[in-house]
Ligand binder design. Structure first.
Ligand code: ZN
Length: 495
């Protein structure tokens, strides 16, 4: 696969983004029936005639889902339709037993909005085309074959538990003018949306479980031209870092095609996390292919203005306002806050602080130790396997002197490896700092006896030489000593 170096691609072409985010709502029941939406149940145990599409069954709209859709629309500064309908989107796929999906087409519940994302201290305004309601499909599991895809599989299994789970699809207007920052803007937008949806309390927004999924549309046009190039749509990118990587890859791939005089094909593409590339999916359908028509089994939705106004009162603060407030609350510098935002760690730090840690210690652990693990494994911070509660617990262990920062890193390792709670890891790995003065004194004596030249230096007033003795003691104690106490003891002995 030929790609153009990123800098060369950007010198010649101007990227335009379009982001479609699907969010699964956290309603207790499905969009059009009473089945549970609980994640992780045995296959096909949360189904009924409606979500299995059996003949004669009739859907009924979930009021809570409509409420969530309106609140999402309002939080994205959209106009809320006074009257709108559902539509049938017709296509055949085994994970969709009705052979159509109930969605919205030309009458979305929310439209013409905007939002803002902050990246490196700069604000980018993102236009929102629409936010509409629809139902999720079931899940296919292709068994055999190398890739988990249908091609080459021996057989396929179907699980309809997800069939009919309420979804909101949020579609941006074309995002222009981001230049070389396009991949990072895409990531910042999805991060902002995740945090906003969580603050709204409408979804658990777990990208790794598929409750937040992003399709990234990318097109290029020669620098200076205003008309759009042909776009591709990379489907179901399931982590924040993959959003950035997939957009970056598509820019370099399309640039290579255009630079060699070729034409980009309008199609959907699959993102491959392991190899970091996209490959062709199906040719993109047009709206006509779906033969949309108004859903005859459902009445229109006509939310009263009073209700919309009531829901408006329940909105959380806008993302940019929230960032300003937490920066002030936490006492972070502009630069510290910038790193926190670009790492997507605002929520994690907020929850860690709520669990009792200081903002600076929360920032430190999320941006160093946990970020390092996330990078190594190639996942987002929140998927590393440490909860904010556990981070606060580890920090508390540091503050009460049970462990020091260095030992805390081993506690993180243990927690991530699934060895239990921070306290359990400390016990199992025998990490607690030795407070036994006798053992410490023995190690101090040993260090003093073994290093007469250093002792002489300290006696002649070079107090900084104490560091070498402290190091020697810490080594004997396998790092499990309080360095301040060790220093005191050395100076007492020598002085
Ligand atoms: Zn059902």
């Amino acid at each position: 696969m030929t790609v153009l170096p990123y800098a060369d691609a950007l010198a010649a072409y101007d990227p335009v983004l379009g982001l479609e985010v699907h969010v699964e709502l956290n309603t207790t029941s499905k969009m059009f029936c009473g089945c549970s939406t609980e994640f992780g149940a045995e296959p096909n145990t949360q189904v009924c005639p409606v979500c299995l599409g059996l003949p004669g069954s009739l859907p009924v709209v979930n009021a809570k889902a409509v409420e969530s859709a309106i609140r999402i629309g309002l939080a994205l500064n959209c106009t809320i339709a006074e009257w709108c309908r559902f539509a049938r989107k017709n296509y055949f796929y085994p994970d969709m037993p009705k052979n159509y999906q109930i969605s919205q087409y030309d009458e979305p519940i929310a439209y013409a909005g905007w939002t803002e994302v902050v990246l490196d201290g700069e604000i980018y305004r993102i236009g929102i085309e629409r936010a509409h309601m629809e139902e999720d499909t079931g899940k296919s599991l292709h068994v055999g074959g190398a890739t988990g895809r249908i091609h080459g599989a021996d057989y396929s299994l179907l699980d309809y538990n997800r069939s009919g789970v309420p979804l909101i699809e949020i579609v941006t207007k074309p995002v222009e003018g981001t230049g070389a920052k396009a991949p990072e803007v895409a990531r910042a937008y999805v991060t902002m949306l995740r945090d906003l949806l969580r603050a709204l309390g409408v979804s658990d927004v777990r990208m790794e479980q598929g409750s937040l999924r992003c399709d990234a549309n990318v097109s290029l046009r020669p620098v200076g031209r205003s008309s759009f190039g042909t776009r591709t749509e990379t489907k179901n990118v399931n982590s924040l870092r993959s959003v950035e990587r997939a957009v970056r890859y598509e820019i370099t791939r399309q640039a290579a095609i255009l630079a060699s005089g070729g034409r980009v094909i309008q199609e959907t593409r699959h993102w491959h996390e392991d190899s970091g590339i996209t490959t062709p999916g199906r040719n993109k359908e047009t709206a006509e292919d779906y033969r949309y028509f108004p859903e005859p089994d459902l009445v229109p939705i006509a939310p009263s203005r009073e209700w919309v106004e009531e829901l408006h009162e329940t909105l959380p603060e806008p993302p940019t306002v929230r960032l300003k407030r937490v920066r002030a609350d936490w006492g972070f510098s502009e630069l510290e806050m910038r790193d926190v935002v670009s790492a997507g760690a605002v929520n994690a730090i907020e929850a860690t602080v709520a669990a009792g840690a200081t903002p600076q210690s929360a920032r430190k652990w999320w941006l160093t130790e946990i970020a390092r693990h996330a990078n190594e494994v190639g996942v987002d911070l929140e998927a590393v396997g440490v909860t904010p509660q556990q981070v606060a617990e580890i920090q508390a262990l540091v503050e009460n002197g049970t462990i020091n920062d260095k030992l805390a890193r081993q506690v993180f390792e243990g927690v991530i490896a699934g060895e239990g709670s921070p306290a359990e890891v400390v016990t199992a790995r025998k990490l607690a700092i030795v407070s036994d003065e006798g053992a410490l004194a023995a190690a101090v004596n040993e260090a003093i006896n073994a290093n007469p030249d250093i002792v002489d230096k300290i006696k002649s007033g070079k107090v900084q030489a104490t560091g070498a003795l402290i190091g020697s003691v810490m080594k004997q104690m396998r790092g499990q000593a309080d360095a301040t106490r060790v220093r005191e003891m050395i100076l007492e002995k020598i002085g």
